[in-house]
Design a protein around this ligand. Structure first.
Ligand code: ZN
Ligand code: ZN
Length: 235
């Protein structure tokens, strides 16, 4: 009978499969998908035959699409579709008789681990794992703690007290056009260049439009959280 004796199929290595799918989703690189994980996905998770691991990789270069289909399968739009399938694998008495409970349990566990990975996001700042409902992206790619830290570190306008994410920079310049007329006698403006003046800059708060700084280095320090910066004189 060999390895695949009826009612006693060998179980999957769930841990190895989980590690591999997490690597694929964390890096966003479908080429990291290995044969064993591909086998579980293509055989048991409602994917139409893609014939080879390479062909499958071509189909799912869009990792967000892949993430979604791991939950819905290719046949459904229900985000709980493959979860229900996993439960069925575990509990169906015919399957358990034909293949054996160890195999069925490991299959269901591998499917659930893959779905769990599809619903996991990694904070781009601290790499922390975040469980989501259906794998939706984190706001700005950040976990809650990193978002809170970012908001707390955001500079505040010394004039109006509002949080500032970006400043406005004005610089004197002249715009050079070539001016001609077209076949119907209308003017044609052909923009050729921007000619900067004496380099004087005015850097303003986007909320109250008051000038805060007149040089970029101070603006950079301000946006990086430096306090007690000297403001432009006379404002
Ligand atoms: Zn974080
Ligand atoms: Zn302001």
């Amino acid at each position: 009978m060999g390895k695949y004796e009826a009612g006693n199929w060998p179980p999957y290595n769930v841990k190895a499969i989980e590690q591999n799918i997490r690597l694929v989703l964390r890096t966003g690189d479908i080429r990291k998908l290995n044969g064993k994980t591909y086998h579980v996905i293509s055989q048991h998770m409602g994917f139409i035959a893609h014939y080879s691991l390479a062909g499958f990789g071509d189909e799912y270069q869009d990792i967000e699409e892949f993430r979604r289909k791991l939950q819905t399968s290719e046949m459904s739009r229900d985000y709980n579709h493959t979860t229900l399938q996993a439960v069925r694998e575990e509990t169906d008495s015919d399957f358990n008789t034909w293949y054996g409970p160890a195999y069925q349990r490991s299959k269901a566990a591998a499917m659930k681990a893959i779905i769990r990975a599809a619903r996991t996001r990694w904070c781009k700042e601290c790499s922390k794992e975040v469980e989501t409902q259906f794998g939706e992206p984190l706001p700005e790619g950040l976990c809650e703690q990193c978002t809170a830290k970012k908001v707390a570190a955001q500079p505040v306008c010394p004039k109006c007290g509002k949080k500032i994410e970006r400043l406005r920079l004005y610089e004197d310049a002249e715009v050079l056009f070539n001016l001609s007329v077209d076949g119907t006698g209308q003017l044609v403006y052909d923009r050729k260049d921007i000619i900067y003046g004496d380099g004087r800059q005015s850097i303003e708060c986007p909320h109250c439009q008051q000038e805060l700084f007149d040089d970029e280095l101070k603006a950079m320090a301000f946006l990086n959280g430096a306090k007690q910066l000297e403001l432009v004189k006379g404002t």
